[in-house]
Each structure stands twice: as C-alpha cells, then as structure tokens.
Design a binder for this molecule. Structure first.
Ligand code: IMP
Length: 431
C-alpha cells in the first residue's frame, strides 16, 4: 500500500506516535488532518524523549515532508514553539520539511479562554477538555467566523476581522462566563510574529498531496485522538470536536475517497481515557493505580492521570467497522506483565440483555456491565522480544483472543516505549 492512515481505536493515547514514527521510516510524507495541540505523542528515539503535538511524527526522520492539512486547527504560537524546540534538537531544519495548509484554522487565545472558563463553570458536568481551545476554534470554523492562515496574508484585513471577533468574545467572556477578557493588542502582536515565522510553510496542501500521490510517494496519514473521541461516533458529549477516524482524511487533507489504500488501527493492550464520560471496563483501586504507574499513564498534553481499564473488544470492533481496518497495532503489551489473570471484555450486558455492539442509545454505555473472558497472565519480561514465537505462551494466547474478539488481524505488537521495541508482523507499506 502507498497511502495509509493510522487511527486510534480507543479514547486516544493508544501509542499512535510510536507506530507513526516507526512507519514514517518507510513513508515520504506524513500528514496531520484533524485536531490540534490537544493531541500529544510521546516518542523515544535513541533514548531521547520527544513530545509532538501538532507536527507529524515524520519530523524525527531526516528527509521526510510533514504536512498539516486544512482539517487541523492550529495554535500558531504553540506551533512555533514546537518547531523551535525540534530545530534546537537538530530536527526539521529545512523550511520545506513542513507544509501548512492556508485553509487550516487558527486557534486563538480567546478560544483557550472560553474553553477554560466554560469547563470551570460546568463543574461536575465538565467534559474534561485539554483547555487548549480546540472546541471553540472548531465552533468558529463552522460558524464561518474563524480565522485561517490564509487571512494572515493581508494583515490589515486580518486585524479588522480579529478585532471584531475579540469584541464579541470579550462580551461573551465577561457577561456570560464571568471570565477575564483577552487583550486585543497582545493577540495582534502575537499574530504578527506568527505571520513572519509561519508564512514560509504555507501552501495548498491538497494539491501538494495530489501531486505526491501521482508521483507514487508513500504517504502516512496520522490520526489524532481516537474513534471513541470522535464528534459523531464517540461518547458524545465527552468527545473532541473533530472526526477522528479515517473518513476525516478526505475532508481534512483534501484527498479524494479511493486515494486511501488502507487503515491501520492502533489500540493499547488495555484501555485508557482522560477526561469525563463513560468507561465500561474501568479498573478502580490498587490494580488501576499499579497499571497507571507501570504504563506511565499521565496525559502527554496535560499531565493528567489517565483512567485505566481492561481491553474492550466491543469498542475496538466499533472502530474497526467505522474504519475498515487492514490491521491492528497493539501497544504496551509489556505493561500487563505480572498481572494475573488478565481480562478481555467481549460483550456488554444490561439487565440480563446481551449486547455485542455499543448500545444504539449511547447513554446506556454508562449502565452496561462488561462481559469478561479471563486468561492466565505471564510474568517473564517481554521487552526484548522481537518475534511472536518468543513471547510467553500466555501472552500469545492473549493476543490470539484479541484478534478473534476484534476480528482484526494483528499487524504489530509494542513491548516497550522505544521505536525498536516492537514486534512487526506486517508492515502496511510492504503489503
Ligand atoms: P478537547 O479535545 O481538548 O476539547 O477535549 C475533549 C475530550 O477529548 C477530553 O476528554 C480530552 O481529555 C480528550 N482528548 C482530546 N485529545 C486527546 C488525546 O490526544 N488523547 C486523549 N484524550 C484526548
């Protein structure tokens, strides 16, 4: 396959960064097509830790082109900081290493202020957003009052639109949210810097990608978040404000349906989520705490402790159906070492009634009782294993059950944080 999308099949944080980084070695172009800096990928390369939020993981390989498509929402100041940090570590030195869509919307300081003030007012009903202004930025895009990189070209006209927006947002912040207004002068000064620094990367990324596809280049589309955080197919309203599945590639990167050859799903060997909302297989108490510590399950974007749960095959089947997965990369199998027994949720029950899928009435997800299969655990350290046959038998059986319960063939298994700590069964670019 030449064009491959990688999508999270749980609530984000599945370890997509590591898999994308690994696959980026075989790709020419790596593309972000939705979300913003609410995403964060932690990558360990040659013992060095990187956290990428907006820049695609191709940035850690020489000679790759990174693209941020029109479907992403970009906090320009956060992007400058990320580019500077990468450059100071000798990555992304060339200006043509990054292509940024003119049509991508800007996340403004007033979006962050609104996001945070709203969450604070919601109290117990808060979504648990990252507070980076993502929802309010997508709202403005749909309301057709958003500002795009394109607008920066004519700075006088941009300033006029910006000032109009700031007046409206400040009214809302003060009167409705009882929050501090934002300073127009400060934002204008920041946007001037953003214009100077980021203009060199701007282009029509849809045309760039069409040309790259026509030239037979290998392209990796890097999904952010996960299907359960998808605005349409996730646990609404406890979701992010974009479509997070492979369907978003077409709108968010501007490529034609049919130009995407395959989808690789990514899932942890267990489940995590940050923020509020239903979580059927959540493990509370000491076992959850132990897994959180072992898996270092603290949000890369916000540092918040992640909620921990058993592997939920119902969710992954939901993601597989929506994305038509060619294969599944299962990450962090090593974190389960020493846990005995291990459990897989294969279905749900509500008042004696069985469900093989997420109940059509999504609110019921709060009420379901997971149906578990228990399997024996393993205790041998697996972090140096590089072939399936070298895994302890119990670990192999666990993987076989996941394959059978999700209906998706395994393509990769992660056994540690480093790029090389991966058992590669099938590489989508070699298929
Ligand atoms: P927002 O995207 O900041 O609006 O947050 C909405 C919900 O999505 C919250 O529950 C966040 O914790 C969650 N979320 C957003 N991005 C990610 C991610 O990359 N990983 C995990 N959770 C995320």
């Amino acid at each position: 396959m030449k064009t491959v999308a990688v999508v999270g099949s749980q609530w984000g944080d599945e370890g997509k960064g590591k898999i994308v980084d690994l696959l980026a070695a075989d790709a020419d172009v790596v593309v972000r097509f939705q979300g913003g800096n609410n995403a964060a990928h932690t990558l360990v390369v040659d013992g060095e830790k990187f956290i990428l939020r907006l820049v695609p993981a191709g940035a850690l390989h020489d000679g790759k082109t990174c693209v941020i498509g029109n479907g992403a929402v970009v906090d320009p100041i956060a992007l400058i900081e990320e580019v500077d940090s990468l450059r100071s570590r000798n990555r992304m030195r060339a200006d043509d290493a990054l292509k940024l869509s003119y049509d991508a919307h800007l996340v403004m300081p007033y979006h962050r202020a609104i996001d945070r003030a709203r969450e604070a007012r919601l109290g117990k009903r808060a979504i648990g957003t990252t507070g980076f202004g993502i929802g309010p930025a997508y709202e403005d895009k749909m309301a057709r009052i958003g500002l795009r990189f394109d607008d920066l070209e004519n700075f006088a006209a941009f300033t006029e639109k910006l000032e109009y927006n700031i007046r409206e947002k400040n009214l809302y912040l003060r009167a409705v949210l009882k929050a501090k207004p934002v300073s127009a002068a400060e934002i204008i000064a920041k946007m001037k810097i953003a214009r100077t620094r980021l203009r060199r990367y701007l282009c029509d990324t849809s045309i760039y990608l069409a040309d790259a596809i026509a030239a037979g280049k290998r392209i990796l589309f890097e999904g952010a978040h996960g299907v359960m955080l998808d605005i349409d197919h996730g646990t609404y309203p406890y979701v992010t404000s974009s479509n997070c599945g492979a369907s978003a590639v077409f709108g968010g990167a501007g490529i034609a349906p049919g130009r995407l050859d395959g989808v690789l799903g990514i899932s942890k060997a267990y489940t995590t989520r940050v923020g509020g909302g239903p979580f059927p297989t959540e493990i509370k108490g000491r076992l959850g705490d132990a897994l959180r510590a072992e898996g270092d399950e603290f949000g890369s974007a916000t540092g918040r402790p992640r909620r921990i749960g058993w592997f939920d095959a119902v969710l992954v089947r939901h993601a597989a159906r929506l994305n038509g997965m060619w294969g599944l990369a299962l990450t962090k199998l090593d974190v389960l070492t020493g846990i005995d027994p291990v459990k897989i949720c294969v279905g749900y029950e509500i008042r004696g009634k069985s469900f093989a899928e997420i109940p059509a009435n999504r609110r019921m997800l709060d009420k379901v009782k997971p149906v578990y299969e228990e399997l024996p655990g393993w205790s041998d350290d697996i972090s140096d294993v590089r072939a399936l046959a070298d895994l302890p038998e119990a670990a192999r059986r666990y993987l076989e059950r996941i394959e059978a319960a999700t209906g998706v063939p395994l393509a990769m298994v992660g056994v540690g944080a480093a790029r090389e700590a991966t058992i590669v069964l099938r590489n989508p670019f070699a298929d």
